[in-house]
Design a protein around this ligand. Structure first.
Ligand code: ATR
Length: 282
């Protein structure tokens, strides 16, 4: 059996095992996808143990997803790292190759883009976009948002220096796409936007949405990268100010779909699985 898992700390609430099991079922793929709690400071040992234990049982560890807090150290174990993971400085997908080497990738950004464009039906080409936050979650999606053709992206963060650093790192990509890319403080964001993406942890801390509602154009799409109760405050704020709210459940399923394709070479029916997941959570 080909084995996969999600590794993190904590990891017990991850929905990835369920999503990948459904993908496998719908695509007739024989895989087993579990979850492994990795002690802090023991990520490399966790990967080695997963591969070793699989081999001892006559199975084959073929890859894993990486979640908090290990996304930043996963690249160090890999022999090949994708361009988008290098730019994000974070990895959420590892593929264990037949020759024993490891390929590292990051599917979070393309997951967000596919959810916005395909599931929400909002094309990003030529759009003006506000990305709130400049931590790992924001850095993971900025490159794919530029690749999707946004004409202007403003990165706004409480700590402006972090926004400036993320913008600098993506300056060449923005230039290549002819896009305008700017860094601003949260309370100084200039203008309004077609799409607003919340990549901060502010709602987890019970804080209000950290930008003025003036950033929302009428009918703007307002996406929180979180889902469930953690996204509720941002979604209510968006709706109250005439925007179309969207949580991060679609991004979750779409990043999983991209990982599944990297591993299995088959595109799973992600929209169907998103619909099923939403219905089961309602
Ligand atoms: P993640 O991997 O989820 O992005 P992170 O790297 O710790 O986590 O980044 C958290 C992001 O949420 C940062 O942009 C952070 O702003 P700072 O860089 O100024 O710390 C933002 N954030 C967290 N709490 C916030 C709050 N109460 N108000 C505004 N922004 C907040």
């Amino acid at each position: 059996m080909d084995l996969y898992c999600v590794m993190g700390n904590p990891v017990e609430h991850s929905r990835s095992p369920r999503i990948h099991a459904r993908f496998a079922e719908l695509c007739a793929q024989q895989i087993d996808y579990g979850r492994r709690l990795i002690p802090l400071g023991a990520f490399a040992e966790g990967i080695a143990a997963f591969r070793r234990e699989a081999a001892e049982r006559g199975d084959s560890a073929r890859g894993c997803n990486i979640t908090v807090p290990f996304k930043f150290e996963a690249a160090a174990l890999a022999q090949h790292t994708s361009e988008r993971a290098l730019l994000a400085q974070a990895v959420n997908t590892l593929r264990f190759e037949a020759d024993g080497s490891i390929h590292a990738d990051n599917t979070d950004g393309i997951g967000l883009v596919n959810d916005i464009v395909r599931n929400a039906g909002v094309p990003l080409a030529g759009k003006e976009l506000l990305l709130i936050g400049a931590g790992g979650a924001a850095a993971g999606v900025l490159g794919p948002l530029l690749d999707a053709g946004a004409s202007r992206i403003v990165v706004a963060n409480r700590t402006v220096d972090k926004a400036v650093a993320v913008v600098r790192r993506h300056a060449a990509l923005a230039l290549g796409h002819g896009a305008v890319l700017e860094a601003w403080a949260l309370d100084e964001v200039p203008g309004s936007f077609d799409v607003v993406v919340n990549a901060t942890a502010s709602s987890l801390e019970g804080d209000a949405v950290p930008v003025s509602a003036k950033v929302l154009r009428p009918g703007a799409l307002a996406v929180d990268m979180m889902y469930g109760p953690a996204a509720a405050g941002f979604m209510a704020w968006a709706e109250a100010h005439g925007a179309v709210p969207r949580d991060g459940l679609g991004m979750l399923v779409e990043q999983a779909a991209e990982s599944f394709e990297i591993w299995r070479g088959v595109r799973p029916p992600s929209a169907q699985v998103l619909g099923e997941l939403r219905a089961s959570l309602a």
